[in-house]
Design a protein around this ligand. Structure first.
Ligand SMILES: [Zn+2]
Length: 255
């Protein structure tokens, strides 16, 4: 195992996740929605918090940073383009920058749209990605500070990661996302199979993430906005691909 991960719920429907380097013991929290559950996760795993890797400035991803920094003197890495809205920050990063967690190497991918400076972290050797509120399982984040074209480009970057990349997102929204996705692609067999799997996971009280980029490419309508069947479903065959994405996002907003 190249990296260990530990996922835990916090706030109403947020996820926190720890990623640990078995070689050095270094551990990063991906975002810090609130300090208490992160402390509980550290106590449970016995891991030592060395870093917080922040995806974006929203309060439900950053409210725990201050207390964790005081307690653990960990390094806080945050997106350069919105670092002024996050506190405290030790290191500002942007596209292509490398972030080490012990001996684990992560690469920063700028994925703006949900917020204007949102970033994701990709650990190629461990085949792990932490995508914050850009990509969700069977969904994507609301386009709040950017525009649909920008968000679509961000999703294309994540779609371009290797199929076997496991990704962690910031929220448990999969069930509602599946209900919406079925309105776009009612005959998608991969989506139907996933729906059955997710129903089982949720009934057992289990999280529906992580999932893989490969699976999402087959099931997530937001990643499939340029597929002929999805274009047809939203009756937008001859417009730029991002406009099909924009239409699907708009329908989800009203769903
Ligand atoms: Zn957010």
């Amino acid at each position: 195992m190249l990296a260990h991960t530990y996922l835990f719920p916090c706030l109403k429907d947020n996820y926190g996740v720890l990623v640990q380097d078995p070689e050095t013991g270094a551990t990063a929290a991906i975002d810090a929605p609130e300090a208490g559950p992160v402390e509980a996760a550290l106590a449970k795993t016995g891991w030592r918090l060395t870093d917080i890797l922040v995806t974006h400035h929203h309060n439900d991803h950053t409210a725990g940073i201050g207390a964790l920094k005081v307690q653990h003197q960990c390094r806080v890495v945050a997106p350069r383009n919105e670092a002024q809205r996050i506190s405290p920050v030790d290191e500002k990063v942007g596209e292509g920058d490398v972030v080490h967690v012990g001996s684990l190497l992560g690469r920063v991918i700028e994925t703006p749209g949900h917020t204007s400076g949102h970033i994701s972290y990709f650990f190629p050797a461990a085949k792990l990605a932490f995508v914050g509120d850009t990509l969700f399982s069977i969904g994507c984040g609301r386009v709040i500070e950017g525009n649909p074209e920008m968000m679509w480009q961000s999703l294309l970057k994540l779609r371009g990661l290797p199929d076997d990349t496991r990704f962690y997102c910031g929220h448990e929204y999969t069930d509602a996302n599946i209900r919406f996705a079925k309105t776009i692609e009612p005959y998608n067999k991969a989506l139907a199979a996933r729906a059955a799997e997710v129903a089982q996971q949720l009934a057992a009280g289990k999280p529906t993430i992580p999932t893989t980029i490969g699976a999402e490419k087959a099931e997530n309508p937001f990643l499939r906005a340029d597929m002929p069947e999805v274009r047809k479903a939203v009756a937008l065959a001859a417009v730029p691909r991002w406009k099909v994405f924009a239409e699907i996002r708009e329908r989800k907003n009203r769903f």
